[in-house]
Design a protein around this ligand. Structure first.
Ligand code: GLN
Length: 242
């Protein structure tokens, strides 16, 4: 590992990795190494301080209680704010996404403050849990092909004026507000309800994070036939008649 390694931080694997979201870390690492980059991966448990010097922070999903504990510890720690102020990239899934917002409803039915790094607020949905396949068109500004994922959440997330929807669902509930939006982002902070792991299903999002972290417009191409086959399989499975 050299001093100019790309530093990829996996936040709280002990609390937020219930849905195979470790795959997101593996995909970012692999796609960086495929481009000849030196990668330092830091797995930071919830009893450890979050480093402020990371380039990309990945946060997974989780059940309601671990989600509350993670939010409490991240607020107390405070370093993720500092990292984002330093220009770090954050990519969070489901519970992690909700934690990045202003607040969510915790396992005790109370409003739990989030980190306020994304202008979103999550309430508990009154309807059925949002569970199932997601197909979504990403914000055209980000210029990526149709996304696939799997969602499983009770929370419904409302976007404030400074958060842009990450995508619009063709299938699935996404933010659950009924307006078809899925996830949210601002300059460097991204949240999505899509598991999968979402970066294994949509590795071009991993490339987007790498480009932002490296401040480049393009990366050398990779052989993505395997990913394409997986994506097409998931699209076919999601859209086949019941
Ligand atoms: N506990 C949250 C919810 O149900 C997040 C779930 C998840 O991370 N899959 O809304």
């Amino acid at each position: 590992m050299s001093d100019n390694s790309l530093r990829v931080v996996w936040v709280y694997p002990d609390l937020l990795s219930t849905y195979g979201d470790q795959g997101n870390v593996l995909v970012v690492e692999r796609r960086a190494r495929q481009r000849g980059l030196d990668v330092a991966r830091l797995d930071v448990r919830s009893d450890q301080p979050i480093p402020t010097s990371g380039d990309i922070y990945l946060i997974g999903g989780g059940e309601d209680r671990p989600q509350r504990l993670a939010a409490e510890r991240l607020r107390r720690d405070g370093h993720l704010y500092q990292a984002v102020n330093n220009g770090a990239i954050v990519f969070a899934v489901c519970a992690g996404y909700q934690i990045l917002g202003h607040e969510f409803v915790n396992d005790l039915g109370q409003r739990e403050p989030g980190l306020g790094l994304l202008d979103v607020t999550t309430v508990r949905g009154e309807g059925e849990r949002c569970v199932g396949d997601v197909l979504a068109d990403i914000d055209p500004r980000l210029g990526l092909p149709q996304l696939t994922g799997f969602e499983n959440h009770q929370g419904v997330t409302h976007l404030g004026p400074t958060a842009r929807p990450l995508a619009n669902v063709r299938l699935g509930k996404g933010n659950g507000t009924g307006d078809g939006t899925e996830g949210a982002y601002n300059d460097t902070v991204f949240g999505t309800y899509m598991h999968g792991p979402v970066l294994a299903r949509n590795p071009l999002i991993a490339d987007l994070l790498l480009k932002l972290a490296l401040d480049v417009n393009a990366l050398p191409p990779t052989d993505d036939r395997w990913f394409e086959a997986l994506r097409n399989e998931r699209i076919a499975a999601a859209t086949e008649p019941a």
